[in-house]
Write a protein that binds this ligand. Structure first.
Ligand code: DOR
Length: 441
């Protein structure tokens, strides 16, 4: 989306300003003019309207690389209007939309249609991601160059993970040749089979089929092999979506030790993978069902370590809304996916920052400059001249997750009732407030 820029000149005064892109963390004033950052300074005369935001944290607008907005085709689950309202309520100023819509975003005309809808309805920036295969099929790749030219920021097989090794090689070749970022949903169906949750003691006790956690690890190794075989290990840009398993991270360590591994590799996880284990499925049933599934304590610990040490660079939500009727089908039959836009920041603060795993600036890097760098977009910083996409966080407010109060149509969350500390106070897109004092404007 290209939001209408705000025309106002204003200064946010007295906040703790954190801009991980430039290593800034100090009390400062931030001046915005005509939709762009004018200046950031510790001691300078404020310009325009002065807004006192003392006690709050001002940071670059959060970026979510992994969001299912569902439109076109699944408007009963979410629309661009409701999904982007959920995004700004959660502090996101940019979201990347996944292509598993109906029709899928697999050709330039469909990108154009999507961009039109975004222009009409979105309240934050939406960057489309194109589908890797035509009609989400198993054999024919899309035209990556054409999708990029039409406005996609990346290509993905999310929700329809490519299995065939030759198709993986062709994907790596085409992505490398066009410079496309490829976002891989790592799942080897030989190991996930028809599992509806992680394979382990809980799946056995509940009597439902489980997915072997090796599924993700093996698919990752396969992508590396495909890139090597295609001769593009040095140029293929691979981003691993929603990393969930300790096996994957351990294999990655070995992989990075080998001389011929993919050079441009980035990793993403989502809050539920460091906040919950498969135990949550007992209590929340299908509202704790997503793909990849919640795993075990050892995985949670490994994911936390990997976010803290920078092995995982990106925190995304994998916001996947479904209707109450669909989720009511029960654990075995309900679709995979949980919502995340409105709980991501609160859960991440609780699990990573308040618990001492990492600092607030380190967390914010995974939601601002890191995804911006991987996507190659100009936001994700408060540097003068940048778009005035800004998130204002009240770090001390305590609140409890109430799905009924979500802006999203999706209420499917295993975090229902969870007490959190730290909440979005304001969201500014292109110099224009869309959330202020916690209220959507
Ligand atoms: O949990 C998931 N939900 N995983 C996916 O791969 C797809 C997504 C969806 O579209 O609902």
């Amino acid at each position: 989306m290209k939001p209408r820029n705000g025309s106002e000149l204003f200064t946010l005064r007295g906040a703790r300003v954190i801009d991980p892109a430039v290593g800034w963390d100090a009390q400062a004033d931030l001046c915005v003019q005509a939709g762009c950052i004018k200046w950031l300074a510790e001691d300078r005369k404020p310009e325009g309207r002065i807004m006192d935001v003392g006690g709050l944290v001002v940071t670059p607008g959060l970026i979510d690389m992994h969001v299912h907005l569902r439109e076109p085709g699944f408007e009963h689950k979410e629309t661009i209007a409701t999904g982007t309202r959920a995004a700004v309520a959660g502090g996101f100023t940019t979201v990347c939309s996944m292509p598993n819509t109906d029709p899928p975003i697999d050709r330039p005309e469909r990108v154009a249609d999507l961009l039109n809808r975004i222009k009409g309805d979105a309240v934050c920036r939406v960057l489309p991601i194109g589908a890797a295969t035509l009609e989400h099929g198993k054999d024919r790749l899309t035209d990556f160059q054409a999708l990029l030219q039409a406005g996609c920021v990346a290509i993905t097989d999310d929700a329809f993970p490519i299995q065939d090794f030759r198709l993986k090689c062709a994907t790596a070749s085409q992505a490398a040749a066009t410079g496309a970022l490829f976002i891989a949903h790592c799942e080897d169906n030989n190991y996930s089979v028809d599992g509806v949750m992680n394979k382990g003691s809980v799946s056995r006790e509940l009597g439902v089929p489980g997915q072997n956690a090796a599924s993700e690890q093996i698919a990752m190794l396969d992508w590396n092999r495909a890139a090597t075989q295609a001769g593009v290990a040095d140029s293929f840009k691979l981003h691993l979506a929603h990393v969930s398993s300790d096996y994957t991270l351990r294999s990655l360590e070995f992989l990075l030790d080998s001389p011929d591994h993919i050079q441009h590799l980035s990793l993403e996880t989502a809050p539920h993978y460091f906040a919950l284990t498969a135990e949550a499925v007992r209590e929340h049933g299908s509202n704790a069902k997503m793909n990849p599934p919640l795993r075990e304590e050892a995985d949670v610990a490994a994911i936390k370590r990997a976010v803290a040490d920078g092995t995982i660079q990106v925190l995304a939500t994998d916001h996947a809304p479904h209707s109450p009727e669909e989720k009511a089908l029960g654990l075995a039959d309900a679709p995979f996916g949980i919502v995340g836009l409105e709980t991501c920041l609160g859960v991440a603060l609780a699990e990573l920052v308040h618990s001492g795993v990492m600092s607030l600036p380190e967390l914010l890097a995974t939601m601002t400059c890191n995804p911006a760098r991987i996507l190659g977009i100009e936001s994700g910083t408060l540097a003068p001249g940048s778009p005035a996409d800004i998130t204002i966080i009240d770090p001390d407010t305590e609140w409890a997750v109430e799905p009924e109060a979500f802006q999203s149509k999706g209420k499917n969350t295993p975090f229902v009732g969870r007490a959190l500390k730290g909440r979005v106070w304001g969201t500014i897109v292109g110099g224009r407030f869309v959330v202020r004092e916690g209220e959507l404007l």
